[in-house]
Design a protein around this ligand. Structure first.
Ligand code: HEM
Length: 405
């Protein structure tokens, strides 16, 4: 007879507290000492074991996506933000999800991502030309312009709207922070992003374009013409693409630079060798990544003799689970040259595995390679603060100083 999770004396992870976000690792380790794979948190159960997370993703058909629960928790039903959370592709399941994923998939293959490397290099070089002469700035802010500019270029969108859109994406990165006081900001941000995406579609339909080259927006509009998508769905896809690629890529770049500061030999190797950048990125995905995954138990789930009740929120901390000592030797050492015994899962697993993972990897590789070439001897007093652990986690403000190479 399995034990009911509700009656177990499980460890508590205070994931909503700033001190937790600043250093979650001792808390996860202490929780594992009390229970090998399950903990409780303000956001539901936490699966605190790398192997167990993989097992849960194998039972995906028994899990629902958690965004309706997030909207309910935020008391946001009927708001612009609530509507978007309940309708974006990460909320959709089964055939409805597959339909959208199949439309997008051809534009997100490894080959397509590699074809965009020249554009990515151009964007980062332009940003470095503008920012590097300052020789001191907030690295997080600098990094934030990179993914949003790349996404605008992929969609053939004018760069003029980037500052306003960037503010919205900053807010929307806090969507899973489960803090109802953020709702007015989230709502306003959704409305700005929505108006922007509708305008983008209307302009292109009216023949306004920056270049004659076919781009991602042309492909999506063609899918719409083929009867695949409504205006509402297309706008939601566009908003989601901006949101999904923004905070995640920016936070990863900032976390990587944080690790390279004080390790000049790694910094120099990244500047010299893009293959080494790949190793650093992979090690960073294991060591400390940004997004977690959430689901809801669609039915009772019995796992390792514990019964989890239907409707329970499940939190998969894929952003920190690379430190699980049962999955990786000496997990607290940052070592890009470590033998590849561990497969990081920062992009999640299963049907919703990050569609943009190849674009994300390509832009982080190209960004890291060029940034380390142009900015050397980087110093920092450390992060100003950490972003809420429940949102797209990462560093909030990383002041840096450096010399221009
Ligand atoms: C380092 C950067 C990134 C990380 C760590 C990341 C992480 C994730 C994760 C964890 C999920 C799935 C969550 C789940 O299973 O619930 C996801 C989904 C998704 N991501 Fe990313 N992402 C990144 C960059 C990007 C970029 C650059 C794009 C777009 C160009 C993108 C587009 C998407 C999309 C469309 C989905 C939804 C897939 C679906 O529901 O089928 N991501 N991402």
């Amino acid at each position: 007879m399995p034990a009911r999770a509700t009656s177990l004396d499980l460890p508590w992870l205070a994931m909503d507290e700033p001190a937790f976000a600043a250093d979650p690792f001792p808390h996860f380790a202490a929780a594992r000492a009390q229970h090998p794979w399950l903990a409780r948190s303000p956001f539901g159960y936490v699966i605190n074991d790398y192997a167990a997370i993989r097992d849960f993703f194998r039972m995906e058909e028994r899990l629902d996506n958690g965004y309706d629960s997030v909207v309910a928790l935020m008391k946001a039903k009927g708001t612009a933000w609530g509507r978007f959370q309940e309708s974006h592709m990460l909320s959709a399941n089964g055939a409805a999800h597959k339909r959208v994923r199949d439309i997008l998939a051809p534009a997100f293959t490894p080959r397509q991502a590699n074809a965009h490397r020249g554009l990515m290099r151009e964007v980062i070089a332009g940003l470095l030309d503008e920012w590097a002469p300052k020789r001191a700035f907030d690295f997080e802010e600098f990094a934030s312009w990179f993914p949003i500019t790349v996404m605008c270029r992929l969609l053939g969108a004018s760069p003029e709207a980037i500052p306003a859109l960037r503010d919205s994406l900053e807010a929307l990165g806090l969507s899973t922070a489960m803090d109802p006081s953020l709702l007015p900001r989230l709502d306003a941000a959704t409305e700005i992003a929505d108006a922007y995406c509708h305008q983008l579609m209307a302009d292109r339909r009216a023949g306004k374009r920056l270049s004659e080259e076919q781009d991602l927006l042309d492909m999506l509009l063609a899918a719409q013409d083929a009867g695949g998508l409504s205006d509402r769905e297309l706008a939601d896809i566009l908003i989601f693409l901006f949101v999904a690629g923004y905070d995640t890529s920016k936070n990863i770049l900032t976390l990587i630079m944080y690790e390279l500061i004080g390790r000049p030999e790694m910094h120099a190797r990244c500047a010299a060798d893009i293959d080494y950048c790949r190793k650093v990125i992979d090690e960073n995905f294991r060591y400390r990544s940004t997004a977690a995954a959430i689901r809801v138990a669609g039915e009772e789930i019995v796992y390792r003799d514990v019964a989890i009740e239907p409707g329970a929120m499940l939190w998969f901390p894929i952003n920190v689970i690379g430190r699980d000592p049962r999955a990786c030797d000496d997990p607290d050492r940052f070592d890009p040259d470590r033998p590849r015994q561990f497969s990081p899962i920062p992009f999640s697993l299963g049907a919703h595995i990050c569609l943009g993972q190849y674009i994300a990897r390509a832009q982080i590789e190209e960004g890291l390679h060029l940034m380390t070439q142009r900015m050397v001897n980087m110093r920092s007093p450390g992060p100003l603060a950490w972003r809420p652990f429940g949102g797209v986690w990462g560093i909030r403000g990383l002041p840096v100083e450096f010399e221009v190479a």
